[in-house]
Every structure is written in C-alpha cells, then in structure tokens.
Design a protein around this ligand. Structure first.
Ligand SMILES: Cc1cc2nc3c(=O)[nH]c(=O)nc-3n(C[C@H](O)[C@H](O)[C@H](O)COP(=O)(O)OP(=O)(O)OC[C@H]3O[C@@H](n4cnc5c(N)ncnc54)[C@H](O)[C@@H]3O)c2cc1C
Ligand code: FES
Length: 1275
C-alpha cells in the first residue's frame, strides 16, 4: 500500500498498487506499507490477516500477502466496506488455489451489512437450499475474530508531511547504472526538460513504460517523472464541463466524476456516466490507482477503453510545450497509428476537457473482454448521439471503436448513414463494410470482433431507445423492449454497473461424533497450519531464502526456432557483460546429458538440434539476476531451419508423428453393436491445453556444501526424490551427496513433478564452488515448462430412441509436444459414470514441435471425460430429450464392471447425483430457465448437471508407497517428516492431525519443518490425489510404533502427562524415533488383456451449474453451482472443501476461459497474465455451494477418507455444458436445432458465434482463415 500526503488538499491518500510496476524513484516522499508491516505472528496478527487465514483463504499462500494488502488498503479508506467494494478491491488479485470463496468469506466479515442484504443483489439466492440437515453452517467462527480498530493502524510518518509541505522547486535526480531519473519541481522545468529530451518518456503511472522496460527490454537512458508538477493534477470546472489534470490517476478521475454526477441534471452528465462505467472495468483497481489519464490517452493503445469514449464525447486536450500552449481536439485525426498520436514529441498534455452533454444527447460505453475484469478489451466502444429537440432525428452522432485496428477508429461512414432509427438497419451494413479486418489481423478472433461492432451498436441503440422512452414517451419500438433486453440497465445511481457478488458459505455436512475426544482433531475444520505465516508474509518460499555470500544467478537461453540445427552458439558478447562469470552448454554437463522418460531420451540442454521454441540451449551465470538476464540476451545462436515443423494434431496425424505406445481398449463388440442400434451419430470435439499458472514459478537454489561433492538443493518440487536423482545423474555423483529440501510450494498442480528435475539438473551444472539460484520469470516459465495436453477426439455413438447408448467408439489424439514427458494416454476414464456395453477407445500422443506438455491436476481425465459428456449431449440433442435424462438412463447402477473389468459399486455416485439434483432444485430451475429464455431474446440461461467417477492412486503400482520419520524430543515436542510435499493442498495440516490423533497429543506439539530426501528417502511424487492416503498412513504407522513403545511407561503412570512419559522413556532407553511405511495397493493395468485394477477406489461427485449468457457479446456469468462430492469421512473438511472449490474454479478456467495461443512459427504468445486469463473473483459463481456426501465410508484410505485433490477439476465442465445449453436456446430461437460443435474452452467468442445471432450471421470472413488463427489453441 502506498500512502502519500497531498499538500494541495492537505489529505493523506492510501492506495494499493502493483509492486512490480512501481519504480522505486517514483516513491520519493511516499510511505510504503507491506504485509509484514501490518501484523506478525510474533506480535499481533492484523484482523485482515487473521480473517483470511481463519476463513481458510490461504492454501499455498503465495497470493495471500497480495490479498491481505488489497483488503487492508480498502479498509484504510473504507472501514466498513460493501461487498461491491470488496469485489472491486480484490478484482486485480489472482489466486490459483482457493477458488476465492473462502477469501471473500473472510473479507466479508468486515462488511457492516451481512449476507441477507447482499443476497438481494444476486440473480438467485441461497434461500432455496436447505442446510438444516447439516451440523455446522460455517467453517469458521467469526465471533472469535479480533475487531477491526482503525485507530490502531500505522500513522503516516509526520516527517513526510513536513517534507511535502516544504516546496523543493529544484529537480530531483537519481542516477542508476544505465538510467537517469529526473523529477522536475515545476512546469517550467518540465517543459525545458521535455524540449531538450523529446525522446525521454514522461513516467506517471509507469503502466505502459514499465512493462515495455521489463518485457521488451527497452532501455530509456533518461526518464522524466513529472509527479511533482502540480498543474498536472489540477481540476477546474467551467459552465461547459470540467478540465481534469492529465496527471490524475484513473481512480481519481473516476471519484471526481462520481462526485460531480449528483450535482448536475442527468442530461448534462451522460458522458461522465459513460466514463465512470468504462473506468469501472478498466484494468484493476491497482492499475487505476497509478495509471494516469494523460498516460492512457497518449499511450494510444488500439484497445484503450477511454479513448473511444473521450473521442465520441468531443473531449479536447490542453497541451503545452516550449512553443506555447494549444488545444487539441480528441477526434479521428488525433490517433495516427499504433501507440502514436498527432502530439509532437516535446508536447505535454496538461489537462483534458470533458464536456457536459446537452438535452437529447446520449453517450454509451461498452466493452467486451476475455475476462470481465482485469483484462484489456477485445472490442471497446464509445458512442454519442444528439437528437433534435423533441424529435428522433439525429443531429449529430459519433462512434469510435477500440480493438478494430492499430488504433482507436472512428466509424465515420456509419455515422453519416444514421439520421434516425429507421436508417439504423442500413447502418449495420455500412459498419460491416467500413470496419474490415483481414483474416489474419493481429489479435485473431476476426469474425467475433466484427460481430461485436454490430452488437455493441445494437446495445447502444437499445439503451438510447430506453432513455428516449423515459424522456419523450415514444411508443413505437421503444415500448416493445422488455426489461431483459436492456442489458446495460443494471446500474447504480453513479452510472456504475453493479458487480453482483454473492458467494454462499459452504454448509458442512460432516460432524465428528459426540464420542470423539475433544482433543482429537481428525474430521475437524482445522486451519491450514501455515495460514497465519502465509498471511503475515513470514512463510518462506524458495526465492525468499536470503542470498548467500558469492551466490550466482542462472538465466536460461532458449531456442527461438521450432525445428532447426544449431549452427553456431556464440557466447563471447555474453561473457563481456559485467558480472557474467560463465555460460553453460550441453558440453559442460559432467554426467548424463539426457533424462529418460517412458523409453525416450530428453536432452537437458539442446546439443546440435532444437525441436521447439522455448527449448533450453544454454544458461548464463552471473552475480545478479539483472546481469545474468543481460548476458542471456547477448548470447547469439545461429540456426539452420529443418523442414516442416509440426504444430497441430492434424499435422501430426498426417505425418504419423506419434510417441509409442499407442493404446487401444475395447469392451464388447463395438462394430457388431453399431448394426443393431436405432441411430448413429458421429461427432468431433477439440479441447485446448492449460497453463498451470502456479503463483510461484519454478524456483531452485543449489548450494555446494564444499566437501566430497555434496549439494543442498532448496527447490519448489512435488517430487524431491526425482530431483535428487536427476541432479546426481547429471553431475555423475551418487544420490547420497544430494539433499533436496522442500519447505513449501506456491502451487504446483502437476507442473512441478518432472519439469523441475530438469531445471534443477541444469542449475546444478552451473555450480562450481558458489551457490546458484534459478527462478523463472512468469513468461519463461510459461514458455519452457508446457502444461495440460490439448486433445482432439472423434466419436461415433450408437443409441436407441429411448436414449440408451449401446456402442461408442472414441479416438483421442493429444498434443504431447517435443518430448514424451508424462504424455500417458488416458483411456481408462473414458466411460466416466456410464455403463456403455460396447465401448472402444484408442489414443495416440502426437509428437510435435511445441514445448513438451506434462502432468496437470487430473492427468488426462479432464480431457478424456469431455468426449463422453459431449457425446451424451449430442445424443440428447439428436433425440430432443433432456441431457440429464440421457445421463441417468446410461449411468452405472448396481454392482458394476468398468470397460477394463474393474468391479465397483456405484451407489455413492448415484447418491451424489440425486442429492445434487435435490440441492440445486434441478427441476424447478429447469422450468425457471426455460421461462427466462422464452421471455428474453438476447440473454439466455442454460444449466447442466455432470457426474464424475474418478480413480484414485497411481496406476503404476510401485508408486503407491510412502514413508515417514517421526521423532519425539525430550520436551515432548514431535517432529514429523514424511514423503509428501506441501503445495497448498494441506497435506502437512492433515498429517499433523494424524500424528496428533495417534500420539494423543494436541496438534500444537507436532511440527513439520520440511520434506527432505535426507530424512525420508525414495519418496513418490505428491500427486494422483494420493498424498494423504499414502503419507498419512506412513505417519500413522510410525506414530503407532512410538505410542506402543511408550505403553509400559503409560501403564506405570497412567495419570502422567505426555512430557513425563517421554522423559521417562528416555531414561529407560526407549527409542523415541521411528520410521513408518505404507505399502499401498498393487495396482496394475494389462493393456494386452485390456483389464486391470488401476485404482484403489473411486471418488464420486456431481455438479449442477447455471449460467446466463449475453448472446450479443458472449459474456456469461455463472449464477449458481452446487457440488456434491463423496470423499468418505473427511480428515479435514475445510481443507477438502478448499480443494473442491479450487479444483472447480481451475476446471471452470480450463473449459471456459483459459486459451493458449501460438504464432504460426510455434511461439507461445500467451506468456503472462495480460494474455492468459485464469479465473478471477468475477468468475466465481454468484451462489456457490459445496456439500460433502454424508454417511460415506472408504475402507481403502486413512480414517475412511478419500482423495479429492484432482477429481473436481472436471466438474468445472458443468459450466461449459450450461453455456452450451444456453447457446442451444439461442440457436433454437433462430430456428436451428440439433447438435452443434462448441470447442473447449467455450470462450465468449465461441459462445457468441455459436449462438448464431442475427449479427454473427451477418459477418462472413472473406478469404481463408490465417494460419495464426488456426493455431490458437495449439491443437
Ligand atoms: C495490467 C494492466 C491492465 C490494463 N488494462 C487496461 C484496460 O483494461 N483498458 C485500458 O484502456 N488500459 C488498460 N491498461 C493501460 C493503462 O491504462 C495505461 O497504461 C495507462 O493509462 C497509462 O498511464 P501511465 O500514467 O501509467 O503511463 P506511463 O507508462 O507513465 O506513460 C505512458 C506514455 O504516456 C506518455 N505520457 C504520460 N503522461 C503524459 C502527459 N501528461 N503528456 C504527454 N505524454 C504523457 C509518456 O511519455 C509515455 O510515453 C492496462 C495496463 C496494465 C499494466
Ligand atoms: S493460495 Fe492463492 S495462489 Fe495459492
């Protein structure tokens, strides 16, 4: 949080900001408060920290300090915030673990008005859900929270007030290694500096210049920072409007306009309100708090949200330079090209004039973005129309678009074609001709963008008609609009759209029995054991480890070609960069230069050839991160391209480029069965990949111990033993010289199993006698490490007219990338919950020249199940029967056998299904949805219910083992070590509960320090939802051994305390240390015989989701989600519900939001949060309910629990199928019936185009679709 004293207003302002965009020099005179500053576990935890932690809002904890500080900054300004305030404050913070619900629940405890009034804002409320059958209605007790006392907050340092009040007219200068920073003290100085250095940027918010420096490597030798020039912040009102200082932050502009709106009649503030609306959706609060008005205009982004509205609203700029002052209108002549305006390089924008509107004048602002919040717009627009007094004849109109070319564009011809609402129909045709995009236009989505220009104009038309109705009571057309056809009318009085947010608290179905000892923590919603450390910023992640003496940094150099020979690797320039000490290549690897996976070798560093963009070629070692990166940029590699790189699955199929083995499985006789069915349908589905987007990128620190070639590795990995082995092999030393330490990970989701071991191996090569750290930047991480496999599948399904599916044949092709990694084919889950008597599946992993994909939460299951569910949806559409009925008809019932001859009882699957239907009030929701759809033309609702049957444990039987080491110290404290790693999933918390129960001591006596290969050797990865099952059992085993050893002592002194027994045991020479071991089930799959026992048991669930789709823009909102999961007797319900919600949101992202885009040459474009959108707070269902199936027991896992880390990812697809249902409703309105393709993710563009509205049908892209567009999901 940044706090500043404003001498002009004599006020102190506090605002949250993104640290990565704040130049340190800009902070001169500001006070900075960090998460460490507001509270500590050693002194007093701040109420925000406490509430987020105790509400279970911190899993891996990597995002938690950011969440805490956004909320803290809000509370400093608004101690009793509304839910809107909270939603807005958190909109710019991302969390990949929790699903946001618990964070919001913790924060909402600060709201004065609690949930009852908030519920009214929701489209639906939770009142229809009975939770009376549950024992608790909350996972935390808010009565135990400390109150928030604003008087206890840190004060603004008085000395900063004094220095701010003392005028310092002379320029401030900071001199860096390569950059000079000058902050002029007056306008005169600024003008002089600007005229002497016209090429030097004016840095205000740094939100344009900063990313350019950071990501594009642009160097500005001189930076001018005019933040002390008061004229840039002045506001003046005139009878015609308001002059706003160009230096004002966008938040300040919004507050100013919000304050002005109530002071004037509504007709005067049309433009103000349009700007307020646009500002509410621009970037995030953290961005708006620093980004300046002038900066936004001058940056001239093609999809700037403000420029189209300012231009349509006839705003103008006051500009100053050494040549004097002038006024410049913001019109179509102002924007020249990408990032260019007509302003001269030495000119400075002093202020911006925002005029009042006149009676009969209306201004609209609309945008569509890949994610509703914190996302640049795909298309954005500002529109203004002025009608002659009392008539509907247009006197003046202006329409500007962003996102339709290299800069803001004016639809001049369209404006000329509109003179009343009768001519509007023709205007759409003109607009279509006027705003043309070539098929391969940068940004892609050409058809969608063109259709948006039409539908946004239509929205404006609706809005204007609505306003006219109020003004003049016109009857024709206007009164035909029903309220749902005015999508933008849901505004509060300031003109801001309401941000609906209601997230119901999760009822807790499972209670521990009355007989359970009150000290026994098993089954209770215990807070994550590190939550408070994470919320206070004390938790240590790999890169938090302090820099040691002589430490070096490794920066990686990656291939820029997809398939090429390396002709020359020239490192000479890199070695000249100050601080660079070495460059390591494949030749420097002393031991094994490859890693073998599934029979294929993968080079650690490319030797003579590269096979994807992003493949590691060499690494530059330097004294600092900055020097290493500069060195890496100086490495020159010359290539000779090899012919025909393969990128898509289709290309791989055509060229038979596969990894072996290819698998096939069949039950029954599919070919024969097709002959006896009523109908056959053939379909295809395409599913994009997914980036892990763990908050903590790949991180490692390799420290040489100094003797006998011994190394300590501090690393963020799910599989320490694999990293240990890989490093030992790479260095050609025995494993006993390498110790891996894993304290915690900031998320992993499968991405830190195999990839980390390669990165750690490469880092270890760089180590001579000094420690080497390697921390990937987000962009590098996304480029190098791959993600979830994209899949293309074809299916043929044979069914009876009553809905019974008799036969299905499904072919899957995954895009594995350039190496096999863990591209194992998943044919085992292809049946999901359905008993299809004749079922055949075949699969192939395609070898392509994209970065190698790897394990990701759910490991192929979220992909393979999409095909069977898609197939069922198609069957329902062919037959015209409800999809849930087709699902029910085909579901496993009674004692059942899978297609690989695994016997199981689906009773709990059916119970989940039935309870989910009941909890969601499925049939009445269906009626309500159908009614809504009949009454609404442009908005459609859709709903779906999806089941899951998910196998737990590793199919490779040997991986189902775990070990533990438990020490009891003489003071009675217990140190537990086990093979599982903590990545936010709460394994250490659950294991602590296990140890506490087995040793009959409070959890406070049990400590888990880290996972280390020196304490528990030969561990298996924490994956396959099997971590607690295996490691919990190993710890249980060790604790039972110890407790038994203490038995004689306990018998001697039954009333003694734990500490006294431990001391006595020591004096009686009883060992207080024990290992534990769990030998898990011997699972297997015999692919020849097509049968096996590949899972220990199934976790079941069902999920209902309902969405509302805006068919004009493709935007959707999940109104409600109800999940019922069978996880046996949960060891820790709060941890498990956290896993359910987090996995659901990750699935929602996978199926509806997250898109990987590649260039035609195979370069991943989406390499950061700007381009790749994971779900944010705005994506959480308005009503989000999770229920744990009661009365479920599981003999196969610890304390009758079940693994739950992965299964629910797939249930995110319920949102996909709800969108598909809404699209089907829209299509049926246009007379289209039957199955239709909708690929995953069902992003706004796909949903909008599939809806086949009047506008999308008008748009036809001429020519062939560019390769760029064809490659967008790496399929
Ligand atoms: C994460 C993120 C999300 C964003 N989302 C959106 C969005 O959704 N919609 C949107 O429209 N924008 C968005 N932006 C862009 C953001 O609004 C602009 O970058 C910002 O407004 C620029 O202002 P600044 O003060 O930070 O500019 P700076 O980076 O400080 O400067 C940018 C340029 O403007 C020039 N400049 C600044 N002030 C003046 C002046 N007074 N006179 C002359 N030249 C000047 C500078 O010389 C420089 O060239 C986003 C940016 C980020 C980083
Ligand atoms: S807890 Fe939010 S990213 Fe892990």
């Amino acid at each position: 949080m940044v706090s500043r004293y404003r001498p002009v207003t004599k006020t102190i302002t506090h605002y949250a900001a993104n640290a990565c965009l704040l130049p340190i020099c800009q902070l001169h005179g500001a006070a900075i408060t960090t998460v460490e500053g507001i509270g500590s576990t050693k002194t007093r935890v701040h109420p925000v920290q406490e509430r987020i932690a105790k509400a279970h809002g911190s899993q891996c904890g990597f995002c938690t300090p950011g969440m805490v500080m956004s909320m803290y900054a809000l509370l400093r300004n608004t101690p009793q915030p509304s839910m809107d305030d909270i939603a807005e404050a958190l909109a710019g913070n991302l969390c990949r673990c929790t699903g946001y619900r618990p964070i919001i629940d913790g924060c909402r405890t600060f709201c004065q008005v609690q949930s009852s009034s908030i519920q009214h804002e929701a489209a639906i409320t939770i009142s229809s859900i009975s939770s009376t059958d549950y024992c608790w209605n909350s996972l935390f007790d808010k009565d135990q929270f400390q109150p928030l006392d604003p008087t206890q907050e840190l004060i603004f340092p008085p000395e900063l007030i004094l220095t701010s009040q003392t005028p310092r007219p002379e320029p401030l200068t900071f001199q860096g290694e390569r950059m000079t920073w000058v902050s002029p003290g007056s306008m005169d100085q600024l003008v002089q500096l600007r005229s002497r250095h016209p090429g030097a940027p004016l840095v205000m918010g740094n939100t344009n210049i900063g990313p350019d420096i950071k990501f594009k490597g642009i160097i500005h030798p001189l930076i001018i920072s005019p933040t002390r020039v008061t004229e840039l912040f002045e506001t003046t009102q005139t009878p015609e409007g308001v002059w706003v200082g160009a230096g004002s932050s966008l938040s300040e502009v919004r507050t100013l306009l919000e304050n002005l709106v109530p002071q004037y009649p509504p007709e005067k503030t049309e433009l103000f309100r349009a700007l307020i609306k646009q500002l509410g959706n621009l970037g995030s609060q953290q961005i708006r708090n620093v980004a300046s008005l002038g900066g936004n205009i001058v940056s001239a982004y093609p999809n700037s949200d403000l420029n189209p509205v300012l231009a349509a609203g006839r705003c103008k700029l006051s500009v100053v330079s050494s040549g004097g002052k002038r006024e410049v209108p913001l019109n179509q002549d102002f924007f020249v090209n990408f990032g260019k305006t007509i302003l001269k390089p030495h000119e400075i924008v002093v202020s911006v004039f925002i005029p009042f509107t006149r009676k009969g004048e209306f201004v609209g602002a609309f945008r569509q973005a890949p994610r509703k919040e914190s996302s640049f717009a795909t298309v954005t627009t500002g529109m203004r129309v002025f009608f002659s007094e009392g008539s509907r004849v247009v006197q003046d109109i202006s329409i500007y678009y962003g996102g339709m070319g290299p800069t803001t564009v004016s639809a001049v011809k369209t404006c000329a074609a509109i003179w009343d609402d009768e001519t509007l129909g023709r205007a759409y045709e003109v607009l279509l001709e006027e705003l043309v995009l070539p098929p391969s236009a940068p940004g892609g989505k050409v058809e969608f963008r063109r259709s948006l220009t039409l539908s946004l104009l239509f929205k404006f038309n609706l809005e204007v008609l609505h306003k006219l109705r109020h003004m003049y009571s016109f009857t024709k057309n206007v009164n035909n609009l029903n309220k749902h056809e005015q999508p933008e009318m849901n505004k509060n009085k300031s003109g801001m759209e309401k941000k609906k947010i209601i997230i119901s608290q999760t009822p807790l179905p499972q209670s521990v029995s009355q007989e359970q000892n009150s000290q026994d923590p098993v089954g209770r919603p215990i807070m994550h054991r590190s939550a408070l450390s994470q919320a206070t910023g004390e938790a240590v992640y790999c890169d938090d480890l302090p820099r040691t003496d002589g430490e070096l940094f490794l920066a990686l150099v990656t291939s820029s070609r997809a398939h090429a020979k390396i002709i020359q690797l020239d490192v000479s320039e890199a070695l000249k960069v100050p601080g660079v000490v070495d460059v390591i290549t494949a030749k420097d690897i002393p031991g094994r230069k490859v890693r073998t996976m599934c029979g294929y070798d993968e080079e650690l560093l490319a030797g003579s050839e590269v096979s994807c963009i992003g493949q590691m070629v060499c690494g530059v070692v330097a004294d600092t991160r900055a020097h290493a990166k500069r060195g890496a940029a100086a490495v020159k590699i010359s290539y000779e391209d090899l012919p025909e790189p393969i990128f898509t699955i289709e290309e791989a199929i055509e060229k038979s480029s596969f990894f072996e083995p290819r698998r096939r499985i069949e039950r029954g006789n599919v070919t024969e069965a097709f002959k006896s069915v009523d109908q056959i349908y053939e379909g295809e589905h395409r599913m994009g990949g997914q980036e892990h987007f763990y908050m903590e990128t790949q991180s490692m620190l390799v420290v040489p111990v100094g003797e006998e070639r011994e190394f300590n590795i501090y690393v963020s990995t799910q599989w320490p033993a694999a990293t240990q082995e890989a490093v030992a092999q790479t260095l050609g030393i025995p494993s006993n010289r390498v110790t891996c330490h894993v304290k915690r990970m900031g998320g992993a989701f499968g991405g830190k199993v195999t990839k980390t071991s390669i990165l750690a191996s490469v880092t270890s090569v760089a180590v001579t006698n000094r420690p080497v750290r390697c921390i990937l930047e987000r962009g590098e991480d996304m480029l190098i490490t791959g993600g979830r496999h994209p899949v293309v599948g074809k299916y043929k399904v044979g069914f009876m007219n009553d809905g019974r599916i008799i036969a299905a044949d499904i072919q899957f092709y995954t895009n594995a990338g350039n190496t096999i990694d863990e591209s194992v084919l998943i044919l085992l889950h292809m049946d999901n919950a359905y008993n299809i008597p004749h079922l055949r599946g075949s699969g192939a992993a395609c070898r392509t020249n994209l970065p190698s994909n790897t394990a990701f939460r759910g490991f192929g299951v979220p992909q393979s199940l999409m095909f069977v569910e898609n197939m069922i949806t198609d069957v329902s559409m062919v037959l015209g029967l409800p999809a849930d009925k087709i699902r029910e008809i085909n579901m496993y019932r009674g004692p059942s056998v899978t297609h690989y001859k695994y016997q199981f009882n689906p009773e709990n699957l059916l119970r989940c299904w039935d309870q989910c239907k009941a909890k969601s009030t499925f049939s009445s929701r269906r009626t309500a949805v159908d009614q809504f759809n009949q009454q609404n033309q442009w908005k459609k609702r859709g709903m779906s219910i999806i089941p899951i049957k998910y196998g737990i444990a590793f199919g490779e039987g040997f991986l189902n083992q775990a070990a533990a080491l438990v020490h009891i110290y003489k003071d009675g404290s217990v140190l537990v070590t086990h093979g599982g790693t903590e990545m936010g999933q709460g394994i250490h918390t659950k294991v602590q509960q296990v140890a506490s129960r087995e040793l009959h001591i409070p959890t406070s006596k049990v400590y888990i320090s880290e996972t280390g290969t020196n304490t528990v050797p030969n561990t298996c990865p924490s994956a396959a939802s099997f971590g607690t099952d295996a490691n919990g059992m190993a710890v249980k085993n060790a604790c039972q051994t110890l407790y038994q050893r203490l038995e004689p002592i306990r018998k001697k002194n039954p009333k003694g305390l734990w500490e006294s027994w431990v001391t006595a045991a020591f004096f009686e020479k009883i060992s207080l240390s024990a290992t534990g071991f769990h030998r898990g089930p011997d699972l297997y799959m015999d692919w020849e015989a097509m049968e096996g026992q590949p899972y220990a048991y199934f976790t079941y669930g069902a999920c209902f989701s309902e969405v509302e789709l805006d068919c004009l823009s493709g935007d959707y909102r999940t109104l409600r989600t109800d999940i019922v999961v069978d996880i046996g007797r949960s060891v820790n319900p709060s941890v498990d519900i956290g896993q359910v919600e987090g996995a659901f949101m990750q699935g929602l992202g996978l199926y509806t939001l997250e898109e990987l885009k590649f260039s035609p040459s195979g370069l991943l474009y989406t390499r950061g949060p700007s381009q790749y959108k994971i779900p944010a707070v705005c994506d959480v269902p308005l009503s989000f309910n999770v229920y744990l199936l009661p009365d479920s027991y599981n003999p196969h896992a610890i304390y009758s629990s079940k693994g739950i880390g992965e299964p629910v990812v797939f249930l995110g697809s319920s949102v996909f199928y709800a969108i598909k249902d809404a699209v089907a409703a829209a299509r049926s309105q246009s007379g289209l019936a039957g199955p239709f393709p909708l690929d995953s993710p069902a992003t706004a563009d796909k949903a909008c185009l599939a809806s086949a509205s009047h506008f999308t049908q008008k748009v036809r892209v001429g020519g062939s679709v560019g390769r760029w567009a064809g490659l967008w999901v790496g399929l």
